[in-house]
Design a protein around this ligand. Structure first.
Ligand code: EPZ
Length: 419
């Protein structure tokens, strides 16, 4: 397995271009199963999770062509299999996103249950509950969700927990259902809005995406369209934290500052000076040691759970005591144990990490356990004195495009050690 070698201690400086959002690209790729004709997607990030999704769509029968390595054409006209097999779903739980489109357009889907992952049990009961409310016959057998429906019909669905992919799956099931659907307590994430905008271009009738009530009028058919995937707010936040943790100055380009308000507020509270343009953000922490901050994750627009591991690393070297409270997932502190091995002075108490900032961390061999934990360890390695080797880098590659190239552009001493 590839590893990353990081020689820490240099203040980062420079600009990086942000890639398309993983968590928008995945549902939008699934939505390509819905229309009568081909879709053209731009700004799709080159990530392992995208490769996995492309493999899954091809297995279902969609024809996928990369045009000049940038534009992705997905033609669903030969879809003939309606299964997401365990060997694919176990590597990427977001495969469950084909459930809604397959059921809504083709009336059948056999999707392996994703099972838990490092950060939690991550059930899909809300996805199943909503589809049943729309008239799907669903049985769970041999580890698969077996779903059938002659035609889904509109329903009012109340999600008792805010679920991003739950909202996305139900929205994609509802756009071709008969009648009106209402999703209450819907997720408000920008990625949900990007999916809704794509579906709207295809001819779907959707109101309220971005609010906690989404209203969908089912239509008979949808058309293939072009869409450019929105920039990745979590990648943006991660590179800004890289600037903050190393006391440098970093500018992220081709991003959407309005999607990062809660994160930018916390970076300012930590002492960073932040400038914002229409599609760029610049952070300056030169000559400053960050101040520790208190962070509590919650659904958008509150502070994103996908940024808490990165702030755990920032707090580790910040002045003062900071707390990180995780309210979304039950086990998302694996990075904390590895940070301790680098000299962080922190304790985890239930769903909270309390850390007293130390002057500096020391490099060490560490192991990544999930996508954002691995980002946190890379950030800690950039700030630490000495050499850090991050193992199991495939976690990083799931969500960060060419991370060592982009960090090297910012002056980091980082290289990939192939297996
Ligand atoms: C999405 O996961 C993201 N993944 C995650 O990003 C992100 O951390 C998460 O939303 C929260 O923002 C994608 O968009 C592909 P949820 P998702 O359903 O949809 C509970 C990353 O790092 N729940 O919003 O799977 C669940 O257990 C990844 O890029 C149910 O109980 O998360 C959790 O406690 C990690 N039943 C809470 O809801 C369900 O049926 C939120 O989960 C569904 C969810």
């Amino acid at each position: 397995m590839d590893r990353l070698e990081i020689i820490g201690g240099s203040a980062l400086s420079g600009e990086v271009r942000i890639s398309g959002a993983k968590n928008a690209a995945l549902p939008i790729l699934a939505a390509c199963l819905l229309p009568e004709g081909p879709m053209i997607l731009e700004n799709v990030p080159h990530l392992n999770d995208v490769t996995t999704t492309v493999k899954l769509l091809r297995r279902i029968g969609a024809e996928i062509t990369f045009h000049d390595g940038v534009r992705l054409e997905v033609d669903p006209s030969r879809v003939a299999h309606f299964e997401a097999p365990y060997e694919l779903v176990k590597t990427m739980r977001a495969s469950v996103l084909v459930l809604g489109p397959l059921l809504g357009r083709y009336g059948r889907a056999d999707v392996s249950l994703p099972g838990g992952c490092a950060i939690g049990a991550r059930p899909v009961n809300l996805h199943v509950m909503g589809l049943r409310a729309m008239g799907a016959e669903i049985s769970i057998e041999n580890g698969y969700i077996r779903a059938r429906a002659k035609r889904l019909y509109g329903a009012r669905i109340v999600l008792d927990t805010v679920s991003v992919t739950g909202t996305e799956n139900l929205m994609m099931a509802a756009v071709l259902a008969k009648g009106e659907s209402v999703i209450e307590n819907a997720a408000r994430e920008p990625e949900v809005v990007d999916l809704a905008e794509t579906l709207g271009k295809m001819g779907a009738v959707i109101e309220g995406a971005g609010t906690n009530t989404i209203r969908i009028q089912g239509v008979e058919t949808l058309q293939g369209v072009n869409h450019s995937v929105l920039p990745d707010r979590i990648e943006s936040g991660t590179y800004l934290v890289a600037g903050a943790i190393t006391g440098g100055r970093v500018r992220v380009n081709r991003t959407r500052p309005e999607h990062l308000e809660a994160v930018l507020d916390k970076l300012s509270e930590a002492g960073a000076s932040i400038q914002v343009g229409p599609d760029w953000i610049e952070l300056d922490m030169r000559g400053e040691r960050p101040r520790a901050v208190d962070v509590r994750t919650a659904p958008y627009p509150a502070f994103p759970t996908d940024m808490q591991a990165q702030f755990c690393a920032l707090n580790a070297i910040a002045a003062g005591t900071g707390t990180i409270t995780e309210t979304i997932f039950e086990n998302r502190f694996m990075h904390a144990l590895e940070l301790q091995r680098m000299g962080a002075d922190l304790v985890t108490k239930g769903n909270m990490v309390v850390s007293r900032g130390v002057k500096h961390l020391t490099g060490a061999p560490v192991m990544a356990t999930d996508l954002r934990a691995s980002a946190s360890l890379v950030l800690a390695g950039l700030a630490a004195k000495g050499v850090t080797i991050v193992d199991r880098v495939y976690h990083v590659d799931r969500g960060y495009e060419r991370i060592e190239e982009k960090l090297s552009q910012l002056g980091a001493e980082i290289r990939r050690l192939p297996d």
